[in-house]
Design a protein around this ligand. Structure first.
Ligand code: APR
Ligand code: ZN
Ligand code: ZN
Length: 367
């Protein structure tokens, strides 16, 4: 079949909306009619060459849609299911899967590294040229063929346009707090960066009952949003040196948990300085590949922990239905994250807005 899709030929080149060929789902795969797809900083990193991926590819990895066809052997999903797509397919059989860490599945890792699906081939092409899948999702398109395990069924009363955000921004921020750090009720939390990911760290810290929630950003608008998402203290890093301000807001000690949701060396260093003795810094932001990080090693004698985080240590089959429940119960803010709804054709301008940093989430919606 034919589908419109956002094709990137090489980093640095403009994103093209082309009519491409999409082959039917093979064993263990499903064809999904995309309802909505959020635009994430990671898509921009790929476009700008900060995140190397097999080229050419079809962009998009934060999506929702409806299953329209299932390949042989698909058991968990059926035609008509509403699904959220996330970039971590899992085989259920490899060692990380058996150990309960499906976001590190070996088969999923191979699909991401090679830009193909489980059998090592792609379903996408244009005029005979193979296009790669972006982390097995490639959802900036009318239709996508994805591994069954990368699509999680959600309740039908969950609105599909905002459900798209579960696939990356929400699960990353929520998972960082709930899965990676396991923040306890009453703990103090600081969050560097109040974009789509950071705001979800903030609202999840509120959900688990953190006492102090300090938000750090350089933008007044983003800080205002942080206040609406549950931050109790707002720190403008352009006006003040942020680490001392965070310590001040947490009884002089520093925060129990600090989340860096930007992906810059300077802000990881500030976050490290703002954690209390015995505290944990979770680096959620993606620092461009090839860069290095210098932090003050003296803080190790304060027993601080520096932790990585990939997609919120997600177990998507558990986390995504829970997130849908939280939204339907009115406990999760999602509509407030959407700055703009766009059409696929507006993608080039949308990437410019993302680069300028003046939007929260832009969501491409499909008919
Ligand atoms: N100090 C404080 N805040 C900053 C700074 C800084 N030096 N530089 C940028 N920011 C803020 C921006 O103002 C913005 O609000 O960080 C926020 C980043 O948000 P987005 O650009 O919306 O990025 P987001 O999609 O939230 O992703 C954040 O997580 O998954 C990764 O690849 C993603 O590295 C990225 C990070
Ligand atoms: Zn993303
Ligand atoms: Zn596996």
């Amino acid at each position: 079949m034919k589908t419109h899709a956002a094709v990137l030929w090489q980093p640095g080149e403009p994103v093209e909306i082309l009519e491409v060929d999409l082959a039917p789902p093979k064993a263990g795969e499903v064809l999904v009619k995309i309802a909505a797809c959020g635009l994430c900083a990671s898509d921009l990193h790929v476009v700008d060459g900060d995140l190397p991926e097999p080229m050419p590819l079809v962009l998009g990895h934060e999506a929702s849609g409806v299953v329209v066809q299932t390949g042989p052997g698909v058991e968990r999903l059926k035609k008509g299911d509403h699904v959220v797509l996330a970039l971590v397919p899992s085989c259920g059989r490899c060692r990380p899967c058996r150990e309960g860490r499906p976001n590190f599945c070996e088969v999923g890792g191979r699909m991401a590294a090679t830009g193909t699906l489980a059998d090592g081939t792609s379903r996408l092409s244009v005029n005979g040229t193979v296009l790669h899948h972006f982390n097995s999702v490639s959802s900036l398109a009318d239709y996508a063929v994805v591994p069954e395990s990368a699509a999680v069924a959600i309740r039908q009363d969950m609105p599909l346009d905002v459900a798209a955000l579960f696939g990356c921004a929400v699960i990353t921020g929520y998972g960082a707090v709930v899965n990676t750090a396991r923040v306890e009720t009453g703990a103090s939390v600081a969050v560097w960066g109040c974009g789509g990911v950071g705001l979800n760290c903030i609202q999840s810290a509120r959900l688990v009952g953190a006492a102090a929630i300090v938000a750090v950003d350089v933008s007044t608008e983003k800080l205002e949003a942080a206040g609406r998402f549950g931050a109790t203290t707002l720190v403008n890093a352009q006006a003040d040196d942020p680490a001392p301000k965070v310590r001040e807001a947490t009884g002089g000690l520093g925060a129990d948990y600090v989340f860096e949701a930007i992906g810059r060396e300077e802000t990881v260093r500030q976050a490290w300085d703002a954690a209390r003795a015995g505290g944990t810094v979770v680096v959620v932001g993606i620092i461009p590949k090839g860069q290095t990080l210098t932090i003050d090693p003296w803080h190790f004698i304060y027993e601080k922990t520096l932790k990585g985080c990939f997609l919120g240590s997600a177990r998507i089959a558990i986390d995504i239905p829970r997130l849908a429940d939280l939204y339907v119960e009115g406990r999760l803010q999602l509509d407030e994250l959407v700055s703009r709804r766009i059409r696929l054709a507006e993608l080039p301008e949308a990437f410019d807005r993302l680069r300028a940093g003046d939007v929260l989430r832009q969501v491409a919606v499909f008919d």
